[in-house]
Design a protein around this ligand. Structure first.
Ligand code: GRG
Length: 300
């Protein structure tokens, strides 16, 4: 099938506009937490930049389903909160033990391990508050489904399961199937929740939800392949996190199993397939098509 192009869509302008919209919503999302140190630690990581891909996927999916993306904004914020929590916890000494994230020292390097765990916990629980108590104009049954999707994505069937498998596989020979399991859970599950939650709020039917799940699986794997490639080819300065860690930790990665060129090819194929799934909705799918391309063209 012919590759789908979204040439007339000004993605750079869309990206900038949506990023600013998300930053404002993130800034507004944190209340007067007490004690002040907890508030500081939560803000430190949540407002540290980041590409904000997850909220963008949520807002774009809501619009693709015909909804008003303003109604999905609290859920978009919730998704970024869950993502940020997972980064804070992933960087802890008991997990990936990293010093650098989003271009600055990791949360635990500034606030200590206990506060990093607790600020992550506070962000995770605040995410559910955003959806259930701060969404306006969305039918309660839709919000209930969103809560369900978020629980599945964050918990054992998603992020936690993927992370445990990843830890279990450290310094072991891992085959392609296991690597795929890790990434579909560690990275893919939350990306899938971004599109399903946005689409549910927008009132998507089952056909669109199924297509978006396939789209998300494809871009989720592609996202991780590019992450693995950048770990070998980019600098820590550009990435804002420690480059070359996979090699040092002797982790199995796509470049290790397939080589750099094959890995790039696989990521492009996955993105192409993800875009094709959205063909029936092509008229309103430009942001999601362009976000899929962004994943393979990104340099950080
Ligand atoms: C405690 C419920 C609970 C879950 C935590 C720690 C953990 C379980 C999971 C780790 C998940 C993880 C860190 C996956 C890596 C995903 C990934 C590729 C992150 C990088 O995403 P980007 O590039 O980062 O979008 P920015 O900084 O741009 O947002």
């Amino acid at each position: 099938m012919k590759d789908i192009e979204s040439s007339s869509f000004d993605f750079a302008a869309y990206l900038e506009m949506t990023r600013k919209r998300v930053e404002v919503a993130l800034e507004d999302s944190l209340g007067p937490e007490r004690p002040e140190l907890l508030r500081e630690a939560m803000r430190y990581s949540l407002l540290a930049g980041g590409k904000r891909i997850r909220p963008m996927l949520c807002l774009a999916s809501c619009e693709l389903a015909g909804g008003d993306s303003e109604q999905a904004l609290p859920t978009a914020v919730a998704l970024e909160m869950i993502h940020t929590m997972s980064l804070i916890h992933d960087d802890l000494p008991a997990m990936d033990n990293d010093d650098l994230r989003r271009g600055r020292p990791t949360n635990h390097k500034i606030y200590g391990d206990a506060m990093a765990i607790l600020s992550g916990d506070a962000l995770l629980t605040r995410a559910f508050e955003m959806v259930s108590l701060r969404s306006e104009g969305v039918a309660p049954e839709r919000l209930l489904k969103v809560v369900g999707e978020l629980s599945l994505a964050a918990g054992a069937p998603g992020l936690v399961g993927g992370q445990v498998e990843d830890l279990e596989c450290e310094a072991k020979q891992v085959d392609l199937k296991t690597l795929e399991f890790i990434h579909l859970h560690k990275t893919g599950a939350l990306l899938k929740a971004c599109v399903t939650c946005g689409a549910l709020i927008g009132g998507a039917n089952e056909k669109l939800l199924d297509a978006l799940r396939i789209y998300a699986n494809g871009i989720g794997l592609a996202f991780q392949i590019i992450d693995d490639i950048l770990d070998v080819t980019a600098s820590s300065d550009v990435l804002g996190k420690t480059a070359g860690k996979d090699l040092i930790a002797d982790k199995t990665t796509y470049p290790k199993l397939l080589g750099l060129e094959e890995s790039r090819k696989k990521a492009h194929e996955l993105v192409k397939e993800s875009k094709e799934v959205l063909t029936p909705w092509i008229k309103n799918a430009s942001p999601l098509l362009a976000l899929a391309d962004y994943i393979t063209s990104r340099d950080r």
